[in-house]
Design a protein around this ligand. Sequence first.
Ligand SMILES: *Cc1c(COP(=O)(O)O)cnc(C)c1O
Length: 470
Amino acid sequence: MTMSNSAHERADLSDKLRSLPSVDRVLSEPALGEAAARWPRAHVVEAVREELASARSMLSNGREASVTASEIAESAQRALEGQLRPSLRPVINATGVVIHTNLGRAPVSEAAARAMSEAAGGYSNLEYDLDGGKRGSRANHLESLLQALTGAEAGIAVNNNAAALFLAMAAYCHGREVIVSRGQAVEIGGGFRIPDVLRDAGATLVEVGTTNRTRPSDYAAAMGEDTAAILRVHSSNFRIVGFTEEPSLAELRTVADSNGNGVPTLLIDDVGSGCLLDTRQFGLAYEPRPQDSIEAGADLVLFSGDKLLSGPQAGLIVGKRSAVDRLRSHALMRVLRLDKAAIAGLSATLQHYLLGEAVECVPVWRMIAAEPEQLRERAEMWRAAVGAGETESSDSPIGGGSLPAETRPTFVWSLDHPHPAAAARALRGREIPVIARVEHERLILDPRTVLADEDSAVIEALRQLVGGLD
Ligand SMILES: *Cc1c(COP(=O)(O)O)cnc(C)c1O
């Protein structure tokens, strides 16, 4: 009797499936010894079952699969190791983009990182009054620093700047109108749209002026008895150039005060990046500072903690005492409150500014301040150590949520690579991923955003990459 081809195949397949080892057999493999010692048994058994099931399904689909007990044990061991690898991992930012939203925005200073770790790893007086030995308030830890740095009467912190804006809108503008220039009713990024935030907070958006030009009289004409606030939003991620006009904050103050019906109109300024230094000293465009907005008469000024401030993720709200206190006691404050580690990190970060040491101690400012000549030396040092590539002048973008289109001159290490995108992928695939740029078919690494203690890791990564080319 002869068998048809497909019958042969079926018999062959069932042979293969039968020859797959049992779970117990795989569990006795030395390759699993390490995992077996470390993981609860049920977990190891489950990993082995999954590897066996996947081998079975590959064979059934006519594909080749690892079928020996030691092969299954090895892949189960790898799968278990993979579960221990954290999803959130440190990377080396060699893109030159200083505030890189996808790479976690700003690194915090050493002092801030230490303070965050201490606050996280122990108890603290987060909500405890040490003098009285009774309940205190978490909202008070940052206030005196914020007052000193911005000249504001009061200050509080929430989870991020989006939360700060939502809180201000919910507390002051629910069921009422907020006047915003058409050029500022924008999307900030990641689907965060000003009109949506206002709507979700129960406020009615009243758009005035045009995309490129809005005058004080446009705001004045829109004021009425339902007007709760005038909101100014800094255009953090785009720029309208050319035939443009926006009123100054001082002009908006005058308009807000002119609301004739005795209902005070709040002037709220969302400045975005929380830039406490004068960016013009680094040859950059002027970036609005919270202290300037306070001086110009804003009732509330909102900004992020992790953009140009270079602290942990947070939203800071400074302004008039009565305006800030209403937010402090609002029910949403409990929803949006800041974590203790972030409070500790922010406090340490703000102290650098108070001591006038921000350019030396705060990573973002150290990076922005780095001169092309220093960066050329580092790029040259990389080139010499790697023994390949070139150095060339380029530009480092300041990046997301601040100073759109602004760059600082830099020197980069660059490589003429046959497959630059594949090279960039190989650098991303390392144990400590190195994130590079590909520009004009060249692989580019910018030392501006590489921390000093990361130089050797970058050199090692580039050596291996270049070595793989031979
Ligand atoms: C970045 C930004 C926000 C959002 O701040 P997060 O801290 O990311 O929540 C809001 N407004 C402006 C103008 C911004 O630039």
